[in-house]
Design a protein around this ligand. Structure first.
Ligand code: BTN
Length: 254
């Protein structure tokens, strides 16, 4: 039986059978002064959303579709770091529960054998006083089989069951994820990004590799050298220039 060992995260859980998107509900709750660490979870999303206004396909009863509301006392510029911290927490939980070895593709896609099993979407409510709420949406493909995915994502998406050959206990995963997320967000607030950046890099499939970065207005190719303390990807192009990438789709080119 999965036992929740956290102090704050998941101490209040809003569980809904079906909803358009847990992000929408989390935004509403955050505006109503819900407490730090509140979690919204659902079995099925009818309008799940991903980064860059994409759709996130969320099959019923097969995945973990949740949004975590955090109220950290930090400046809004630090929001991207929380996404990286969340990615490390999810990877650690997948490792702990399944023994699989996931990788992180910058900024925060989690891959197994090169296919995506998790997406993370961080959204912000902020005003002149700083961050009011950070809403970390996590979509984790757990027990889907290939046919459960939309045809257009079948060759780029995977699930923990497809990679491990086993049905995975979703409760155990949620409990482990929330525990790592609490531990790492606390560590981040107390100590900054240093140790967590090392951890992130150790799981990264991007750093040190040749990549193509597709951005809204241009596409750049080069070596992904590192991430900065702000979570910005440093890409060195063939002409020797270093480019800071804030938001892009990354493709490995070798
Ligand atoms: C991405 O890879 O583009 C991010 C996908 C994030 C999906 C999760 S599922 C729970 C939460 N609710 C949503 O509508 N989206 C996030």
């Amino acid at each position: 039986q999965a036992i929740l060992k956290t102090k704050r995260l998941g101490r209040s859980i809003h569980y809904i059978e079906s909803c358009p998107s847990t992000q929408i509900i989390a935004h509403q709750l955050a505006q109503e002064n819900t407490s730090d660490g509140t979690v919204v979870m659902t079995e099925e999303q009818t309008a799940g959303r991903g980064r860059m206004a994409r759709r996130w396909h969320s099959a019923a009863n097969k995945g973990i579709w949740m949004s975590v509301i955090l109220r950290p006392d930090v400046v809004p510029q630090k929001a991207p770091q929380f996404t990286l911290v969340a990615a490390v927490a999810v990877v650690r939980a997948i490792e702990q529960v399944t023994g699989l070895k996931p990788e992180i593709k910058w900024p925060n896609d989690i891959l197994l054998n090169g296919k995506k099993c998790t997406g993370i979407l961080t959204e912000l409510q902020s005003d002149a006083d700083g961050i009011q709420a950070l809403i970390i949406g996590i979509g984790l493909n757990v027990n889907q089989v290939a046919d459960d995915f939309d045809p257009e994502v079948q060759n780029i998406a995977t699930s923990l069951k497809m990679e491990s050959g086993k049905e995975i206990d979703r409760k155990e995963l949620v409990s482990s994820m929330l525990q790592f997320l609490e531990q790492y967000t606390d560590l981040y607030i107390e100590e900054g990004f240093g140790i967590l950046k090392l951890l992130w890099e150790s799981y990264s499939s991007t750093i040190g590799h040749p990549v193509r970065a597709r951005m809204a207005k241009e596409t750049l190719e080069g070596i992904a050298e590192s991430i900065t303390d702000e979570g910005v990807l440093q890409l060195r192009t063939a002409d020797g220039k270093l480019h800071g990438i804030y938001s892009a789709d990354i493709e490995m080119t070798s």
